[in-house]
Design a protein around this ligand. Structure first.
Ligand SMILES: C[S@@+](CC[C@H](N)C(=O)[O-])C[C@H]1O[C@@H](n2cnc3c(N)ncnc32)[C@H](O)[C@@H]1O
Length: 203
């Protein structure tokens, strides 16, 4: 079974910032690497499920014209909404994926530290929903902790194995270190994705 609401409600009842997104150098560095890995300078419409208190969302907001940031835990969604109130192009919604999924296409989907909470069925559903909603030349970025955590359904490596196994996604970035894996994918639909240099006309 996927990790349920009660677990995250308890986590947020115990701390304003349970993972130290605002305080840990580890988190700041990983966030900066995630943002730097995105192949395009600007995105029109992004989706970030599991946005927590909205710290990565704020970084994404500088690169996106519109962001849908969804968070399953009511307390975290309220904090994210309050913190991001100065950014009118960011819409924070309390909603749980993959049971719900937003309408329309996205040129960026951000799956950061989320998928190890999902059982096989939810993970498969979510990856399919992601692929189906990726616009042409859209970007999927996935980043996950690699060390064992008792409360997780699966490891970060397993999450990335599932994504890598999909034939409808092509991996264009792989950043691997002992603590986390960061991968960027693009849709396999229209042939091999163009590299950043190709998009910039350098090659
Ligand atoms: C470890 S935090 C990651 C936050 C953010 N994505 C980041 O990397 O900075 C995971 C967040 O996902 C939320 N979450 C877990 N399962 C969810 C689901 N099924 N739908 C939406 N949010 C979920 C949790 O409440 C939590 O806030």
């Amino acid at each position: 079974m996927s990790v349920g609401d009660a677990y995250f409600d308890a986590v947020y009842a115990g701390s304003q910032d349970p993972w130290g997104f605002r305080t840990r150098w580890y988190e700041q560095r990983k966030r900066d690497l995630t943002l730097s890995s995105l192949p395009r300078e600007r995105y029109a419409r992004a989706f970030e499920p599991g946005c927590a208190i909205g710290v990565l969302t704020r970084g994404l907001a500088a690169r996106c014209d519109e962001i849908l940031a969804w968070e399953g835990a009511p307390e975290a969604a309220a904090r994210a909404r309050a913190d991001l109130a100065d950014l009118p192009h960011v819409e924070v919604t309390r909603a749980r994926v993959p049971d719900a999924w937003p309408q329309g296409a996205f040129d960026l989907v951000v799956l950061s530290e989320l998928l190890y909470y999902f059982d096989d069925r939810d993970l498969e559903t979510l990856l399919k929903q992601t692929v189906d909603s990726l616009a042409a030349e859209g970007t999927l970025v996935a980043v996950h902790w690699r060390h064992p955590v008792e409360d997780h359904v699966r490891s970060g490596d397993d999450v990335h194995r599932w994504a890598s196994a999909r034939t409808d996604l092509v991996r264009t970035v792989q950043h691997e270190e002992r603590d986390f894996l960061l991968q960027v994918y693009e849709g396999a639909g229209a042939g091999p994705p163009r590299s950043v240099a190709e998009r910039e006309g350098l090659v």
